[in-house]
Design a protein around this ligand. Structure first.
Ligand code: PGA
Length: 263
């Protein structure tokens, strides 16, 4: 399987947005767009990651869509099962609520919550052991890119993850490459730079696991309706993790459509 034959994923990361009424409207508009012009299920996986408190309501709303749209958790506890961990939500509790997907390693978690590779490994391991699919984010800062460290940093992040993933579990991992300097800044990596990094990630993955050639590698960082087609045209870009633009139903729909039609 070459990178370009992998079914793409388009996942909206709502971060700490929006208020309930706006979220409801956003989902309604998105469902309506799917209703008017369906994006075939076999052409693109679509997911939405709301704030934790809205996981349940999002799931209920999305169940009424004309095609499957996954509800994705933005985070998971590094502690497993149940127990005295105030404020935490474990992988098992997510699974128990039929949440099957979770983001791990987003740069905002790494930076603002000081999540080290040890913490991220525990989160990934718990999620995989509970049977969730992990969307694992990697990416370099501007300083690291400018000093020529981008590849090393990103591949090291993949190697960190590899230390806790056992063979078959790679099937349940999606990688999201999100250069930190492109997140929420309006600056997108050029399709050439993004493709070059994705090809390196794929090369690294194929050395680690036999699933490497078939794993989806998403790009994230200022993906918009306007740049989705050219990103989707890159052979190793198998989808997008979308922040800001996923808060607008039309933009998010167009990004999903671009990946479904271009791949
Ligand atoms: P952005 O965020 O699309 O707003 O740049 C992407 C992300 O952080 O997942």
């Amino acid at each position: 399987m070459s990178g370009s034959t992998i079914k793409p994923w388009v996942v909206g990361n709502w971060k700490m947005n929006p208020m309930q009424a706006d979220a409801k409207q956003l989902l309604q508009e998105f469902k309506q767009l799917l209703q008017e012009k369906e994006i075939a299920q076999e052409k693109c996986n679509i997911g939405v990651a709301p704030v934790a408190i809205a996981l349940g309501t999002t799931q209920v709303e999305l169940a009424k869509a004309v095609r499957p749209v996954f509800t994705v958790a933005q985070d998971v506890s590094r502690f497993a099962h149940t127990g005295a961990y105030t404020g935490e939500v474990s992988a098992e509790l997510l699974k128990d609520s039929q949440i099957e997907y979770v983001l791990v390693g987003h740069s905002e978690r790494r930076e603002y919550f000081a999540e080290t590779s040890a913490v991220l490994n525990a989160k990934a391991q718990n999620a995989l052991n509970a049977g969730l699919t992990v969307i694992y984010c990697v990416g370099e800062s501007l300083e690291q890119r400018e000093s020529g460290q981008a590849e090393i940093i990103v591949l090291q992040q993949i190697c960190d993850l590899a230390s806790v993933v056992v063979a078959e579990q790679w099937q349940n991992i999606v990688i999201a490459y999100e250069p930190i300097w492109a997140i929420g800044t309006g600056k997108t990596a050029s399709p050439e730079d993004a493709q070059a990094m994705h090809a390196k990630i794929r090369e690294g993955l194929t050395q680690i696991t036999s699933y490497g050639a078939s794993m989806a590698i998403l790009y994230g960082g200022s993906v918009k309706a306007e740049n989705a087609v050219e990103l989707a045209a890159c052979p190793d870009i198998n989808g997008a993790l979308v922040g800001g633009a996923s808060l607008n139903a039309t933009s998010f729909y167009k990004i999903a459509e671009a990946f479904a039609n271009t791949k």
